[in-house]
Design a protein around this ligand. Structure first.
Ligand code: KMH
Ligand code: ZN
Length: 272
């Protein structure tokens, strides 16, 4: 089986220090959380950034500062900025970080209820617009899919030339409004992507480690981090993103799956 790529989603846009005081906001805190994740075994940092007071931003300047600070401490890590940003942001606001030419960026493949009155909007034209820009700039998208229909949308847009192959999917499972985090649904999702594609699994909340274990067994990859879950085990807050990554490394070891370095992750994902 391929080595395991661990992505650390260290910050997100929705989670706050009220959920866990270790959620990073400042450039220094973001760099430190990225470093702890990298040292523990993460080869990709999925990156959102914040103002110092915690407000989510897609500012190119703020991303540039955070990316530089991360690169100083983790020179070879793959940095994958979010183009999802936060609910309510405009397309062009969300797309700013790709102007910094990262190796990867997220491409959200559909609209999803996001709890309460929040809707995370990604129309077909938005997905086409983002996909086309990423092809023009040579950026590999991580195709974020919150439901099976979003895989179908990605496949249709790949045929129309908005997404390149091989495709890399992120199955986000357990969002209140998306597909549930269950073995049945993971088998369904993994069986719905074309041969030659890769996938990672982001289990939300209490589903983080059960979904991670399933993905490890199935030959998929794993995302963990405060964006998706702030607990190391039931009711116990994680002290850092690094602690969440360490737990995945332990699971992988028990299940005989080796961990990919950033260079190995680049090869698996076709980034070089
Ligand atoms: N914060 C969510 C609205 C992504 O990074 O591309 C969107 C999100 C997805 O987190
Ligand atoms: Zn994100």
């Amino acid at each position: 089986m391929e080595k395991l790529i661990i992505t650390a989603a260290i910050c997100g846009a929705e989670v706050t220090k009220e959920h866990n005081p270790s959620v990073p906001y400042t450039v220094e805190e973001i760099a430190e959380e990225a470093y702890k994740s990298y040292k523990a075994g993460a080869s990709i940092i999925h990156l959102h950034v914040r103002e110092d007071d915690g407000t989510p931003t897609q500012s190119k300047e703020r991303f540039s500062k955070c990316i530089n600070a991360i690169k100083e401490r983790c020179p070879d890590v793959i940095i994958q900025p979010s183009t999802g940003g936060a609910v309510g942001m405009t397309n062009d606001e969300r797309l700013q970080p790709i102007e910094l030419l990262p190796e990867m960026a997220t491409l959200d493949c559909g609209t999803c209820n996001f709890g309460g009155d929040d809707i995370f909007i990604n129309t077909e034209n938005t997905i086409k617009y983002f996909g086309k820009r990423m092809i023009e700039l040579g950026i590999k998208p991580e195709l974020e899919v919150f439901d099976k229909g979003m895989i179908d949308m990605a496949l249709r847009l790949q045929k129309k030339g908005y997404i390149s192959i091989p495709m890399h999917f992120n199955f986000v499972m357990g969002v209140n409004g998306g597909i549930s985090a269950s073995p049945r649904d993971l088998v369904f999702m993994a069986g719905s992507i074309p041969e030659g594609s890769t996938f990672t699994v982001s289990g939300i909340g209490r589903n983080q480690f059960t979904m991670a274990a399933m993905s490890i067994i199935m030959g998929g990859h794993v995302r963990v981090g405060f964006e998706d879950n702030v607990y190391i085990s039931k009711g116990i807050p994680a002290s850092s993103n690094g602690e969440l990554v360490e737990k995945v490394v332990r699971l992988a070891k028990e299940l005989n799956r080796e961990i990919a370095s950033p260079e190995e992750a680049r090869t698996i994902l076709g980034l070089k």
